[in-house]
Ligand binder design. Structure first.
Ligand SMILES: NC(=O)c1ccc[n+]([C@@H]2O[C@H](COP(=O)([O-])OP(=O)(O)OC[C@H]3O[C@@H](n4cnc5c(N)ncnc54)[C@H](OP(=O)(O)O)[C@@H]3O)[C@@H](O)[C@H]2O)c1
Length: 301
């Protein structure tokens, strides 16, 4: 089997590539950086640029499935111009893949695309599953709705569409966890706002396993990529501090302060989404990291 991965060089992509290689799956990947192109038999890089709609179409050669992750990071200040880039990098990249495949013979049967739980409205009480569709018009929800809609276009080229709505990814190589660890290590950790907001986390290893499970079992449709036990922001902060052996004594950080510091992007820290993993479990997927404490001991220990 050979998969084409976009965003393969990112946090989640690198973990998926590692798992593919462990399973004997060869990887082609698309990158916007020519310097990241490598040409090993099981890891072949190809250049693309969604902005200019440039793509090396030989990337599709002998490929059975696409894992589509690429998009400009949301962890950068959301200026109006950057908001546009967050959306356009995802939409233009998706369209470029679909348009290139149109009218060309290809062997691709399935696409598994990244999506995000940011599509679900901020709520302390809802428990979201994949059937929920009463979305609001917050920026992140809008991004995800447009992105998922664009990904549905793969069906025009006879490719089965699957989407994984990714939660808060916990990794020891970067991402949100490393940003949370820094202040706690210096004794400056604190929860955000009331600390009651739900954080639907997932261990990066389980997330990579979900992508390949969806692929190998030919599952179509939407699956939440979150662990079985979401926690509140306060519990997450306390559990990280415990895993690091550090005390937490500061009061919670008020919302207005983080809004001043981060602008609209502060919603990433304050929005609450309690998200269910039941659908993928009902399909037989077995998590390795069910509970936050053991996940953190594994990543931070
Ligand atoms: N990490 C999380 O907690 C989380 C949560 C929910 C959803 N997601 C989504 O999952 C996907 C992968 O996440 P990640 O954490 O692995 O992201 P990441 O580390 O930022 O990597 C994303 C990759 O996308 C490519 N990329 C960046 N800007 C691009 C642009 N303007 N146009 C085309 N490609 C671009 C880059 O690859 P090249 O440099 O090789 O081109 C980069 O390595 C993202 O779409 C993200 O929004 C992540």
């Amino acid at each position: 089997m050979r998969v084409l991965i976009t965003g393969a060089t990112g946090l989640i992509g690198q973990e998926i590539v590692k798992l593919c290689h462990e399973k004997g799956i060869a990887v082609n990947y698309l990158t916007t950086s020519k310097s990241k192109i490598k040409k090993a038999e099981n890891y072949q890089g190809f250049y693309w640029n969604p902005k200019t709609q440039d793509i090396d179409a030989s990337c599709f050669g002998a490929v059975d499935a696409i894992i589509h992750l690429a998009g400009a990071t949301v962890s950068k200040r959301w200026t109006p111009a950057y908001k546009e880039e967050i959306i356009s990098s995802r939409i233009n990249g998706t369209r470029l893949l679909i348009n290139t495949l149109k009218g060309e013979p290809h062997s691709i049967k399935q696409v598994v695309s990244a999506s995000a739980i940011g599509v679900y409205p901020d709520s302390l009480i809802h428990y979201y599953d994949e059937t929920f569709n009463d979305f609001d018009d917050s920026f992140l929800s809008d991004v995800v709705q447009k992105w998922e809609h664009a990904v549905d276009g793969f069906s025009q080229v006879c490719i089965t569409v699957s989407k994984v709505r990714i939660g808060l990814v916990l990794s020891n190589k970067g991402g949100a966890l490393q940003e949370m660890v820094k202040p706690i290590k210096f004794g400056l950790g604190a929860a955000f706002g009331s600390g009651k907001q739900w954080q639907s986390w997932v261990h990066i290893n389980d997330l990579a396993r979900i992508f390949l499970y969806v692929l190998e079992n030919k599952l179509s449709g939407i699956y939440n990529g979150v662990a079985t036990n979401p926690v509140t922001n306060l519990e997450l902060t306390k559990t990280i501090a415990k895993a690091l052996g550090k005390p937490l004594f500061l009061p919670n950080i008020p919302k207005f302060f983080m809004k001043l510091a981060l602008g609209d992007m502060h919603t990433l820290l304050f929005d609450s989404q309690r998200v269910s993993s039941k659908k993928i479990e009902d399909k037989g997927f077995q998590y390795e990291a069910h509970h936050l404490q053991s996940a953190l001991e594994d990543l931070l220990g």
